[in-house]
Design a protein around this ligand. Sequence first.
Ligand code: XUL
Length: 479
Amino acid sequence: MTENEDATYLGLDFSTQQLKGVIVNKNLEVIHETNVQFDSVLPEFRTHSGVVRQDKKTVTAPVLMWVKALDLLLDQLKVCGADFSQIAALSGSAQQHGTVYWQVGAEETLKTLDPDSFLHTQLASAFSVTSSPVWMDSSTSLQCRQLEEHVGGAQKLAEISGSRAYERFSAAQIMKIAQSKPSTYANTERISLVSSFACSLFLGRYAPIDLSDGSGMNLLDIHSKSWSQDCLKACAEDLASRLGEPVPSHSDLGCVSDYMVERHSFNPSCRVIAFTGDNPSSLAGMTLRPGDVAVSLGTSDTLFLPLTQPPTLPEGHVLINPVDSDAYMALLCFKNGSLTRERIRNFVAEKSWERFSSLLNSTPRGNFGNFGLYYDAQEIIPFVQGDFRWDKSNSSVTKFTPETEVRALLEGQFIAKRAHAEDLGFIVGKDSRILATGGGSANKEVLQVLADCFNTNVYTMTPRYSPIKDKSVSQSLGR
Ligand code: XUL
């Protein structure tokens, strides 16, 4: 497409609970924005918070739900008045680690889609695994130990891939499928991450895995930026051909598919840029400077920061930086984020954030010495589950008053983040900035607790809706 003053750009986010689409102009002003909530809009897939809990440890999401959500989202954007012919380029982000299994012959289907029908009807039998394992899954401890043993231990695996073996990472998930369903694995011609799967729907062929999201698999050598032969071998037979070659996260992959042009009137020269994981995308979008730490408060809570060199971390992850493939980023992920905050809010604050905030404001910082840690699902760091409460004499108790519970929850969540970050050697000093993002960062009272627990200033980004504000960092909460 030639230089066009009216050019727009489409961004997609395939997150755990919803699919979101945003169209911005060349000044990054949001022109259209819409979303599809999986549970309420697509109830036929029977998800809760976007996932299906098969048992306490096994958590998956139906692949066709994501495809159908895209059919709906594109139609919704058109109803909002979006003109797809003006879109010069598109890209996207997605929940990390989840794997999508394309059946033998599926790429041929992708390349020959009929513009007269929906994607979800045509791709109904394109997947050899119909419900994809996602990042909330913790059912692969056995495969994690096997992988670490094969490469020479947890430390060695962390040196190679940036992380010791983690249950939700793709290697252990692929290994579990190859071991427990060998015919399903044999009938799989390609394995995508959720990000590269979503990108493939726009490209009309298999999109490569990008280096940044690819570092969340326990399969990529983060130094050579190619698949580690040792890890591949430990995981499953003939895996390299099923993964394809990884590419830098900002790669231009070519033009949008004929299907998108004919069905949705995309411009045939609209470029498709590699999709990546949600955390790398946030790092890119927040333009962090040295010393900054980002805290994302979403379905998962994460903490991440840019790095020039890759340390070997005993816990947490080192990923390749999505903006500069020679640099890195550190990532800590806590599974019990917004769903746990909502559970406590529903229990003690009549499902109201206002009531939650007023309970919070009725207790002082430090909560009179009361402290709590709440893990609804099997946590990642530390690997525990359950509610734990202590009073000021450090005795374990089973119950708090509503106001004590609310503060104990937030202080527990944020002090744990600080403690784990400091354990890894990340020092939040007086000149540091914490940049908060994600749904939970909309609540000022919650951010104040974050500022108090880290004893530093917390900033949020202002989305650039009209009227447009100049400053991207608009709000500062004092210590
Ligand atoms: C990161 C992680 C989650 C997912 C879901 O390691 O597991 O943050 O990306 O958002």
